[in-house]
Design a protein around this ligand. Structure first.
Ligand code: HEC
Length: 106
């Protein structure tokens, strides 16, 4: 291959990289997808919305298994896990209210 061709190739490659870099450098505007799952109405809904939406969407809660085995104990453990394992800043006095809601709607 001739030197001039190599230079042309390298220049072309550099131009592409620079162009790609310029594209990426533009400011990005993100539009978050619409929430697909909403918390259904129930007791203490506002407490749940205030405490359970900071880290993940309502899907996480909606898609949990349902049935007689997944009531008070299950949800109490779940809310405590959010606090102890994931560090959710939930007031102890709200835990009972949140569990009441989760049991009621599931
Ligand atoms: C401090 C952040 C934080 C808050 C606040 C929070 N969660 Fe979570 N939650 C997490 C993380 C992290 C996961 C695990 C995500 C993963 O595994 O991908 C999770 C997962 C879950 C899951 C899926 C099952 C599981 O155990 O992993 C459920 C159900 C859930 N959260 C319910 C709740 C409820 C109910 C509340 C309100 C009381 C809440 N979360 C508040 C961080 C939080």
């Amino acid at each position: 291959m001739q030197t001039s061709k190599i230079i042309a190739l390298v220049t072309g490659a550099v131009a592409i990289v620079v162009a790609a870099g310029a594209l990426q450098a533009r400011p990005m505007a993100y539009k978050l997808p619409e929430e697909t799952v909403q918390f259904p109405p129930g007791p203490n809904l506002e407490v749940v919305q205030a405490n359970c939406t900071a880290c993940h969407s309502a899907d996480y809660i909606k898609t949990q298994p349902q049935g007689p085995k997944f009531k008070q104990d299950f949800w109490t453990a779940e809310v405590n896990k959010m606090i102890k394992v994931y560090g959710a800043p939930i007031d102890q006095s709200d835990v009972g209210k949140i569990v009441e809601y989760l049991v009621a709607v599931h």
